[in-house]
Design a protein around this ligand. Structure first.
Ligand code: ASP
Length: 440
């Protein structure tokens, strides 16, 4: 049995947080593989070390003095080292190297990666684990694309040498040795890659919330948490704005069917959320989650006998393609077809799209409906429950919300609803209430 445990920045922002992390790791011998982020914010006004590094390096790159900024970064680490009673000079040499590399303009990615690199050294020392520099085992090609299979092979082979290891998150290196980072939040990806390489039983992702919530807490007061969610459901919700893990973190573990457990460092007794391939566990409520986004436009196209005109849909989509606009949804009726696009993307090209549509598809009329929001009601339980759409519609009607569009995904995993932007929050609350509060 083995577990990969990844800790986010807020879990490692101070010595006090490090101690909580130490207790969590020592509580289970299976927690052999540790992936740390860089120290995050200690309070809401604080700055993440990663952001401090970017700012400091910008000065170095402009040829300006960056001594003060680098000292402030060093002070963040020294506070942790002192609070953990580690050797005071643990990172002195490392900081000399960092300073020289900044002066030599080693690159923005190198600079940002030091956040996790240095934190990894502290973590390894604190736990008595071995330290493995991610630049030796996580690879990118010359264009900065992650080399998934090369990395997997190298990391898998390398991990045979280690019993317990700390592998810093967020970065790796190109084949010529230049350090390269993933996009922001990328330590989640490192954890997932490592879990796949050691074939961990579970990938624990420790953060500052007790798992994934069924709805956005900024809209719904105190929403319930989700016990178990499938990768597919999470993809649907993430697309609609749920931010749980880095988008690319699902793929490595998905390949090998390793579940992810989102846990709270500040409340380790909470079970958190399990993200799994599939499960026989029904979700507690008919829906697993509800999420949405504002800012869409619906372009409604009408043409008599549209249904019998072969190639009509293609011509419509071609008009959007020719104008470089991607579409989100395309519900259709017998003589009508609507295309949902992002308002911001569409606005500047509006008249071009309309004239292209007229040229290619020769519709009878085109109407534009702006300021719309899309809401996804997601749940594996919907397949086996009758009347889910009816309940959603009833809840919305009851709240005087006009539904502009409803579209059920072919997998019966989601229902997408279009409403006015101004109805968005009320609609989410109404859907939450009908499925969770009143448990209909
Ligand atoms: N430290 C990096 C960031 O702030 C990566 C991470 O925390 O996952 O984005």
């Amino acid at each position: 049995m083995s577990k990969v445990v990844k800790f986010g920045g807020s879990s490692l922002a101070s010595a006090e947080q490090f101690k909580k992390v130490g207790d969590i790791i020592r509580a289970e011998a299976d927690r052999k593989y540790v992936v740390p982020s860089a120290p995050g914010k200690r309070d809401s006004k604080d700055t993440k070390v990663t952001d401090m590094l970017y700012a400091c390096y910008a000065l170095a790159e402009a040829g300006k003095n960056f001594d003060k900024e680098l000292k402030q970064i060093k002070a963040r680490y020294e506070e942790i080292i002192k609070g953990l009673n580690l050797r005071a000079d643990l990172l002195d040499k490392e900081f000399e190297t960092v300073k020289a590399q900044f002066a030599a303009k080693a690159g923005k990615d190198y600079a940002a990666s030091r956040g996790e690199y240095l934190n990894g050294i502290i973590m390894a020392e604190y736990l008595g684990y071995q330290f493995l520099d991610a630049a030796e085992v996580i690879f990118f090609d010359e264009n900065g694309e992650f080399l998934s299979e090369e990395t997997h092979k190298a990391l898998k082979a390398r991990m045979k040498e280690y019993e317990n290891v700390v592998l810093p998150g967020f970065y790796g290196a190109k084949l010529d040795g230049t350090v390269k980072t993933f996009s922001r939040g990328g330590s989640d990806i490192t954890g997932s890659i490592l879990a796949r390489a050691v074939h961990a039983n579970i990938y624990e992702n420790w953060t500052d919330v007790s798992g994934v919530l069924l709805a956005d807490p900024r809209i719904v007061e105190n929403p319930v948490g989700i016990n178990t969610i499938t990768y597919k459901e999470l993809r649907e919700l993430a697309y609609m704005g749920f931010s749980v893990l880095h988008e690319d973190a699902l793929f490595p573990v998905r390949i090998s069917g390793i579940p992810i457990n989102i846990r709270n460092t500040n409340r380790p007794e909470d079970e958190g959320t399990m993200i799994v391939e599939s499960t026989c566990k029904q979700s507690e409520y008919t829906i697993t989650g509800v999420a949405g986004k504002k800012g869409f436009v619906s372009v409604n196209i009408e043409k008599d006998k549209m249904n019998s005109e072969v190639g009509f849909g293609r011509k419509v989509l071609q008009a959007f393609e020719e104008n470089g606009i991607s579409f989100e949804h395309m519900p259709s009726g017998i003589d009508t077809l609507s295309v949902f696009v992002h308002q911001q993307e569409f606005e500047g090209r509006e008249q071009h799209v309309l004239s292209t549509l007229h040229r290619l598809a020769k519709p009878d009329s085109i109407e534009i409906d702006a300021d719309l929001a899309l809401i996804a009601v997601v749940g594996r339980g919907m397949k086996s429950n009758r009347g889910v759409a009816a309940r959603v519609l009833a809840a919305l009607a009851h709240n005087n919300i006009n539904v502009r569009m409803i579209d059920q995904g072919s997998s019966e995993l989601n229902i997408i609803i279009g409403v006015k932007n101004s109805d968005f929050e009320t609609a989410i609350k109404a859907i939450y209430d009908i499925f969770v509060t009143t448990r209909l």
